[in-house]
Design a binder for this molecule. Structure first.
Ligand SMILES: [Fe+2]
Ligand SMILES: [Fe+2]
Length: 161
């Protein structure tokens, strides 16, 4: 990890301390998000990407909320690839609300954090990102999802190389 990432990771550990220590958050290491990336790893990467974006574009945000909302945006707590019973069929449309419910039950969320979680799938979900932190999260999440999906495709293609 380079020095910039290490400093930002320290910031994530500081603002995200309560969330990262949660047994449910730790359990999310067992659930896959894109390719071989777990939900836990994805959530930390998204938080890192959010911090990089606000530094790069010099956006003045509430960094504590930015980190906490990013860490909790996919707090749905199941493996959406495992759909034997069809319960995760509409995962793309439903998981923001499920993550919001789980996160609200466990943590004391402020309005920014609530909106970040509920709107992160915009425009697939029609909850509008109302805060700068929410807009940054929707962008960071799409960047990370794209990179993680591309990586998993490249790994498969490399089998033929
Ligand atoms: Fe999501
Ligand atoms: Fe995500």
């Amino acid at each position: 990890m380079n020095r910039e990432n290490a400093l930002l990771q320290d910031m994530i550990n500081f603002y995200g301390k309560e969330i990262l220590a949660s047994p449910n958050m730790i359990k999310s290491q067992e659930f896959f998000q894109h390719g071989t990336v777990s939900v836990h790893e994805h959530s930390v990467k998204v938080a890192l990407c959010c911090l990089k974006l606000v530094e790069k574009f010099n956006i003045n945000v509430d960094k504590a909320s930015l980190v906490r909302g990013a860490l909790l945006h996919d707090y749905f707590l199941y493996d959406w690839h495992n759909e034997d019973d069809g319960s995760h069929k509409w995962h793309g449309f439903k998981h923001a609300k499920i993550a919001f419910k789980n996160a609200s039950e466990e943590f004391n969320l402020n309005d920014k954090e609530k909106n970040m979680i509920l709107s992160h799938m915009f425009p697939l979900n029609l909850v509008l990102p109302k805060y700068k932190e929410s807009v940054v999260l929707t962008i960071a999440d799409k960047i990370c999802a794209l990179c993680e999906t591309a990586d998993s495709v490249l790994v498969k293609v490399r089998d033929y190389y």
